[in-house]
Design a protein around this ligand. Structure first.
Ligand SMILES: [Zn+2]
Length: 477
């Protein structure tokens, strides 16, 4: 009898799981406009080519930078986008901040289109083509910064230039805000935000680099996802120091600073932060999960029971899948004795941590101290930035971005997500609740690897798609 009851309960339980999975189907898509967008694609490519030919490399050691190249790019802008500079006011702020204001019919709900025009250094000998020549070959424009992110700077200004030439005036003011030091945490964007604060400007929409249209972003989903970052994780660097009396390596004590730090490393890795199914991730699961295969729909429709399984899968997979759902710790630097046969008087480890929305800087520090639990280990937070606030998704500003993505890349599934890297847009936390991170391009997995890597290049049709996206969104600002 009891056996039958148990069997009945089990069958009921399975039925609930299956029914929930069967009902976990794609949500109706928002209507996208079908209008044709016409512009001179060759001119858009030529303008980007000119930007790429400026060697605007940022270095942590600013003395290595070639200021003339940054000035060359700034001087080039009025030549490439003459109507923008005819109509918009232009402000140069400290630390290579550039700000243009395109006056709309109203100043009430301004938008800010962000980008940065500095790039990371190159290992030139590893490139198949020179990184700053702007070579166009076989449908690609080669060069550092083509993807990250001169493409969006070009697309935003090229589109505005075309719209102005056509006599279009936006409903609301549009600002173009570019920084020349994003890659080294420069302060250009900070100066721009301070300017907004002083002027009492609270943007209704901020768009910066971030997600893109990418394939294979979700298990079991073959259609590309249009990933819009509605938040970004925080960052924190932690220094672990252990001191000792030093000594000769020929007669070592049972414990040295290195052995202690090795166990610190082990403890921290063995005690990952708790899974945080934050709002952006839940939204992403609820959008992409519905397009997945039945097996995954079974899991994502029933997270109330499969959360531990998902947690395990994420921890075993690591990488981005795991980074989306928890605070991560990566050990990045280690330093011991300067001689091979000397026990160090002090040794250091550094971990770079990325904080999920549920983790504060103080909370992460307290958690680490508890895990390490060793009075010999000195733990210091070097620099930190809390996770960004989460931007709204059920509002006009989000839909402006989402609709432009859907109309430009037909068939992709547009979804919110959380960006695991930092961007300049984090500085807008105090002045806007509508900060979105989307790099207007579609990228293959191989192309994504060239960002900050070797042989960065862009397909010419992606340059055009980017312009198409900005023509759509600027038309709605
Ligand atoms: Zn970038």
């Amino acid at each position: 009898m009891i056996g039958w009851i148990l069997l009945g309960i089990l069958l009921l339980f399975l039925a609930v799981l299956v029914i929930r999975a069967l009902r976990f189907t794609p949500k109706p898509q928002r209507q996208t406009e079908d209008s044709q967008i016409v512009f001179d694609q060759d001119a858009a490519v030529a303008a980007l080519q000119k930007l790429v030919q400026c060697k605007t490399i940022s270095y942590n050691d600013h003395t290595q930078e070639d200021d003339a190249e940054f000035q060359k790019l700034t001087r080039l802008l009025p030549e490439l986008y003459p109507d923008v500079f005819r109509v918009c006011s232009f402000l140069q702020l400290p630390d290579r901040g550039l700000l243009l204001r395109w006056k709309g019919k109203s100043s009430e709900k301004p938008s800010v289109m962000m980008s940065h025009y500095d790039v990371v250094p190159v290992q030139e000998e590893m490139w198949e083509k020179p990184p700053f020549a702007g070579i166009i070959e076989d449908g690609f424009l080669w060069g550092r910064g083509t993807l990250d992110t001169k493409v969006t700077l070009n697309a935003a200004l090229f589109s505005a230039n075309q719209l102005i030439a056509e006599g279009f005036v936006p409903e609301n003011d549009v600002y173009f805000a570019f920084s020349g030091g994003e890659e080294v945490n420069g302060k250009g964007a900070v100066h721009i935000v301070n300017y907004f604060k002083k002027q009492g400007i609270a943007p209704e929409l901020v768009l910066d680099e971030g997600g893109a249209v990418v394939e294979n972003v979700f298990p079991g989903v073959s259609v590309p996802g249009g990933m819009i970052g509605i938040a970004e994780k925080g960052m924190m660097n932690v220094l672990y120091t252990v001191r000792s009396g030093g000594g000769h390596a020929s007669a070592p004590p049972p414990k040295t600073p290195i052995t202690t730090l090795a166990s610190v490393c082990r403890k921290v890795i063995d005690h990952p932060f708790k899974m945080d199914l934050n709002f952006p991730v839940r939204q992403m699961y609820d959008t992409l999960g519905r397009h997945s295969t039945f097996l995954y729909r079974l899991i994502f429709a029933n997270l109330w029971c499969f959360k531990p399984v998902l947690d395990l899968i994420c921890r075993m997979n690591g990488k981005e899948m795991n980074a989306l759902v928890r605070t991560t710790t990566a050990f990045t630097q280690a330093e011991g004795s300067s001689a091979r046969n000397v026990i160090p008087a002090q040794a250091h480890l550094v971990s770079n941590m990325r904080l999920s929305p549920a983790t504060t800087v103080e909370g992460a520090e307290a958690f680490l101290k508890k895990v390490v639990n060793d009075p010999q280990v000195e733990l210091t937070v070097l620099e930190s930035c809390p996770p960004s606030p989460i931007s709204e998704t059920d509002c006009d500003s989000y839909y402006k971005v989402a609709d432009a993505v859907a109309a430009t890349w037909k068939g992709c599934i547009v979804t919110p997500y959380i960006m695991v890297q930092c961007s300049d847009s984090r500085h807008y936390r105090d002045i806007s609740r509508h900060v979105y991170r989307f790099s207007a391009m579609d990228l293959t997995a191989e192309e994504r690897k060239t960002i900050h890597g070797n042989n960065e290049r862009i397909r010419l049709e992606v340059i055009a798609k980017s312009v198409e996206f900005y023509l759509r969104i600027l038309g709605k600002c």
